[in-house]
Design a protein around this ligand. Structure first.
Ligand SMILES: [Zn+2]
Length: 92
């Protein structure tokens, strides 16, 4: 049986709801949030005039372009958001 980080995040988040001890509840929430960040999540495509991709967690712009060959811009798809650490997914 294999458990995904997404399932583990949901497990911790669900358990956190019923824990009466504030410190323990906070620890479960931290674990759930950390696991959510490790789960590759689809970037969002904002319909701005720049048509950029943003992080699903912190909403910062995550796509960058680079020019290996002068005049030829290439979009770089980062694996992680450099602002919050969210694992990113670019395609289904
Ligand atoms: Zn982010």
């Amino acid at each position: 049986m294999s458990i995904t980080t997404e399932q583990a995040a949901a497990w911790f988040a669900e358990r956190a709801k019923n824990i009466p001890i504030p410190e323990t509840k906070a620890m479960f929430k931290i674990a759930a949030d950390a696991l959510k960040k490790r789960t590759p999540t689809m970037v969002t495509h904002e319909a701005t005039k720049y048509a950029c991709y943003t992080c699903p967690s912190c909403k910062n712009v995550v796509d960058e372009t680079t020019e290996f060959i002068p005049g030829q811009k290439i979009r770089v798809q980062q694996q992680w958001c450099k602002y919050c650490g969210q694992a990113l997914k670019w395609e289904d």
